[in-house]
Design a protein around this ligand. Structure first.
Ligand SMILES: Cc1ncc(COP(=O)(O)O)c(C=O)c1O
Length: 383
């Protein structure tokens, strides 16, 4: 079946007891066993180890990504943390994209090094830089593409090839495009990681995460860490996320069309110095964006003439765009990464990878594009 059918039906059966078309929220800690000999006869023991509502979402995400298995997590960061804990030991090394979500950077600079894990932040847009960063003790390559917030792209197939040559798993944070637009496992990656908080939910209602593995062996490592550390998704969050999944393609296509129109508007505006959107021909990696994904997403960044004060004035002046963290929701959001999502990234590192002080990040939502543009226009007029 096609993606748009699967996003509605995959993983979901009518409830066997009542026929309810939506998987119920199984709000229960434990599951009564029929007998000791038939322990786990119905598949469940305790909700930290598995819950039927969460399982339905995991089955849906497995099918949407084309993986072997999925584990749903309490947040996107819990999914990233479990991946690193599952694959890395003290004395081992991982390569991470030099532009990545601020929380991933924080995990790799402030937590895991305390346990003796070493990291190299490599320019994963450049396969040679990745190849040169591989060491004898490298056990994970973790890329994020498009990267938050600069939208730098990593060639998933090229990096997966390097990973395969060295027998190292390649995990891709696929949050910005989802499997609707970008299919890391088909491009050779071993794991696809998500903050389901973003496009899968899409309504600013939940925080959640997921790891979809290409093999049962990798999934077993993730499952073990999750069950031990307890970073599970709750049944209510799984239920809401499942409802969000059903409209994923429709929302993403409309948000992507809005983003294209807004990027073109910004590109033509005299007060805007630089606009970055993978759908623009001026985007440095536009060819890779076209080759690797079937859509350009709905994230844009730009810089206003007059630098940081001008950018701040704009962000304080817009009314329809909410000044908020998060992305991927039907509500359009504007974010200042330097004070918000990437505040913990060292200033020299931010400058080196292009997260400038004046960078304004847009997450384009589903409102009428004319209203979104008019609001930006009035904000820019105040700059
Ligand atoms: C690309 C990316 N990955 C992971 C995360 C972390 O997700 P969560 O906020 O659900 O923990 C985010 C959050 O913004 C993100 O943008």
């Amino acid at each position: 079946m096609r993606f748009t059918t699967q996003q509605i039906h995959a993983g979901v059966e009518p409830d066997p007891v009542t026929g309810a078309i939506l998987t119920p929220i199984y709000q229960s800690t434990t599951y009564v066993q029929e007998s000791i000999d038939n322990y786990l006869g119905k598949g469940y023991s305790y909700s930290r180890s598995g819950n039927p509502t969460v399982r339905a979402l995991e089955k849906k995400l497995t099918i949407l990504e084309g993986g072997a298995e999925c584990r749903a997590f309490s947040t996107g960061m819990a999914a990233t943390t479990a991946t690193m804990l599952a694959l890395l030991n003290g004395g081992e090394h991982a390569i991470v994209s030099d532009v990545a979500y601020g929380g991933t950077y924080r995990l790799a600079t402030m937590i895991l090094p305390r346990f003796g894990v070493e990291f190299t932040f490599a320019d994963t847009a450049n396969p040679d830089a990745v190849r040169e960063s591989v060491r004898d003790n490298t056990r994970l390559i973790f890329t994020e593409t498009p990267a938050n917030p600069t939208l730098k792209l990593t060639d998933i197939a090229a990096i997966s090839e390097i990973a395969r040559e060295h027998g190292i798993p390649h995990a891709v944070d696929n949050t910005f495009l989802t499997p609707y637009y970008q299919r890391p496992l088909e491009l050779g990656a071993d794991m696809s990681i998500h903050s389901t908080t973003k496009y899968f939910d899409g309504h600013n209602a939940t925080v959640g995460g997921a790891v979809i593995s290409a093999t049962a062996e990798l999934d077993e490592k993730i499952r073990f860490v999750q069950n031990t550390t307890g970073s599970i998704m709750s049944p209510q969050v799984a239920w809401l996320t499942m409802q969000g999944c059903k409209t994923l393609s429709v929302r993403m296509d409309a948000q992507c069309a809005n983003a294209m129109a807004i990027a073109e508007f910004l590109q033509g505006h005299p007060k805007v110095e630089r606009v970055c959107y993978p759908g623009l021909a001026s985007f440095e990696q536009h060819e890779l964006a076209k080759r690797q994904a079937s859509g350009f997403g709905a994230m844009i960044w730009f810089e206003v003439e007059g630098g940081t004060p001008a950018g701040k004035k704009l962000m304080d002046s817009v009314k329809l765009w909410s000044l908020a963290e998060n992305l991927g929701s039907v509500e359009s959001l504007v974010t200042h990464p330097v004070t918000m999502t990437h505040a913990d990234v060292a200033i020299e590192e931010r400058r080196r990878v292009g997260i400038t002080d004046g960078l304004v990040r847009l997450s384009v939502g589903l409102e009428a594009v004319e209203d979104l543009i008019e609001d930006l226009e009035q904000g820019l007029a105040k700059v």
